[in-house]
Design a protein around this ligand. Structure first.
Ligand code: ADP
Ligand code: MG
Length: 447
């Protein structure tokens, strides 16, 4: 009873401030806070990082005091759990280093020992980005700088980032290397501000030879941190120190300052695509062998045909099969595999395979042009736009080489396709009508 009342306090607080801050503030700072539990003495909240906690207390301490239990000091009695810290403890490999001691940091650098170039399976979708990574690791600061790797979830971005770290440590043992997640960079700044050691922290970052930054998309909407990151970035690049960044989207689609986006495009922007069938089979074979478990080719193909857009899911499938066959000691056949992996197959197959023809149909309907016009040469404004949207969607949604996709548009070149893709990717950031039209086509195709 009392518990519910205290929880109500949090809900009332949310209702109270919802109309008193901008919707952007609410979305960025308040919405990510999770209510965990409440007692008459205190309330527990989970925050994504310490900065959200500070924001809440800096801005709303007094208001909170009206709604929540109080400490004897009169401050609201809130216990915070930081979810990023929780996640980091749960993960075996934490790409974190201690910023306090520059001399020690290098020895303590924690790279996932499995994420090495030797364990990375190459195929047409990732050959380019892998060679760029090897290039950077062989001659840090001297080839592409920064190297910006972007692509979907579970496709091996973190794997390549750590591979660069391992390679550098082995081949350039004197170089100072740090692998960080964007969250940990932000937490470092906050901690340093607190303990008044910001200069030390800046010195640490700016004295690095190689800075590997994972998941830069989390820097979005973090204005103060963005500036600090940008300064660190410039300081390193100006001294020809290597920076590698991973992200779930290309730089132009990031909601960051123009200055930082331009910097990130200075070097090489490389896309990590979805591996094709043969590559997925090779990954299944390698991962199962490394677990001392042999999956016959036929079964490997069967799995690869059903799970196709995420390597992490492939690994999950192998783990399940591995566990099952250890327990049951029975030979794997297609039927058993289908049974064990049925949920995962459903998840993957719910994404229908999309063809250029599907896309052309969808675009033709929404943009009210003919398919033959999209495939043709007309430069008429409406037709050219529809054509560019179709090319954009084809590149986004189809797991095939750019050359092949471009050819399906009446023999266009892959640079025409890329140009169209970039143009629409930029336009949908600023043009609401176009964004809606593109979403409408996408929904029609995927259903
Ligand atoms: P991302 O950072 O892009 O979300 P990860 O790097 O975490 O993805 O990769 C997810 C899992 O898939 C990791 O265990 C990684 O080793 C594995 N993986 C991804 N791509 C490959 C590949 N080409 N070869 C071997 N393993 C891969
Ligand atoms: Mg990752």
């Amino acid at each position: 009873m009392i518990e519910t009342e205290t929880n109500n306090g949090w809900i009332q607080f949310l209702e109270f401030i919802q109309n008193r801050c901008t919707s952007a503030e609410y979305e960025n700072w308040i919405a990510p806070i999770q209510f965990i539990q409440a007692s008459p003495e205190e309330i527990t909240l989970e925050v994504p990082n310490i900065f959200v906690q500070e924001y809440l207390l800096d801005n709303f301490k007094d208001v909170l005091a009206h709604f929540l239990p109080l400490k004897h000091t009169g401050d609201p009695a809130i216990r915070f759990i930081i979810s990023s810290a929780k996640k980091e403890i749960a993960e075996t490999a934490t790409p974190l280093i201690e910023p306090e001691e520059p001399a020690l940091a290098q020895q303590e650098i924690k790279l996932n020992h499995l994420y090495r170039f030797e364990h990375f399976i190459e195929g047409p979708s990732n050959q380019f980005v892998k060679s760029a990574a090897v290039g950077v690791a062989s001659r840090p600061g001297k080839s592409y700088n920064p190297l910006f790797i972007h692509g979907g979830v579970g496709l091996g971005k973190t794997h390549l980032l750590h591979s660069i770290g391992h390679y550098c440590l082995e081949h350039h043992p004197k170089s100072r290397i740090a692998v960080i997640t964007t969250e940990s960079f932000i937490n470092d700044i906050v901690d340093a501000l607190r303990s008044k050691s910001i200069d030390k922290m800046k010195r640490f970052y700016r004295n690095l030879d190689v800075l590997l930054v994972d998941d830069i998309q989390f820097l979005q909407n973090r204005l103060n941190f963005e500036e600090e990151f940008c300064n660190t970035f410039e300081a390193l690049i100006n001294q020809n120190k290597q920076i590698v960044i991973t992200c779930d989207k290309p730089p132009t689609q990031l909601k960051l300052s123009e200055r930082l986006i331009a910097r990130m495009e200075w070097g090489l922007v490389a896309h990590m695509g979805v591996p094709d069938l043969e590559t997925r089979v090779a990954i299944i074979k390698q991962k199962s062998e490394s677990r001392g478990f042999d999956i016959p080719n036929q079964i490997a193909f069967f799995i690869a045909e059903h799970i196709y857009n995420n390597v992490r899911q492939l690994e999950g499938a192998i783990n399940r099969l591995c566990a099952h066959s250890r327990l049951m000691a029975e030979e794997l056949n297609q039927e058993i595999v289908e049974k064990i992996l049925s949920e995962m197959f459903q998840m993957s197959t719910s994404h229908k395979k999309i063809s250029v023809e599907n896309i052309l149909k969808g675009v033709a309907t929404v943009f009210e042009v003919r398919i033959s016009e999209i495939k043709g040469e007309s430069r008429h404004k409406e037709i050219a736009l529809a054509r560019q949207v179709a090319m954009y969607l084809a590149k986004e949604l189809i797991d095939d080489s750019l050359m092949k996709i471009a050819a399906s548009f009446g023999g266009k070149t892959h640079s025409t396709l890329l140009h169209a893709w970039k143009k629409i990717a930029d336009q949908i950031q600023i043009n609401e009508t176009l964004r809606r039209q593109v979403q409408m086509v996408q929904r029609n195709i995927e259903n």
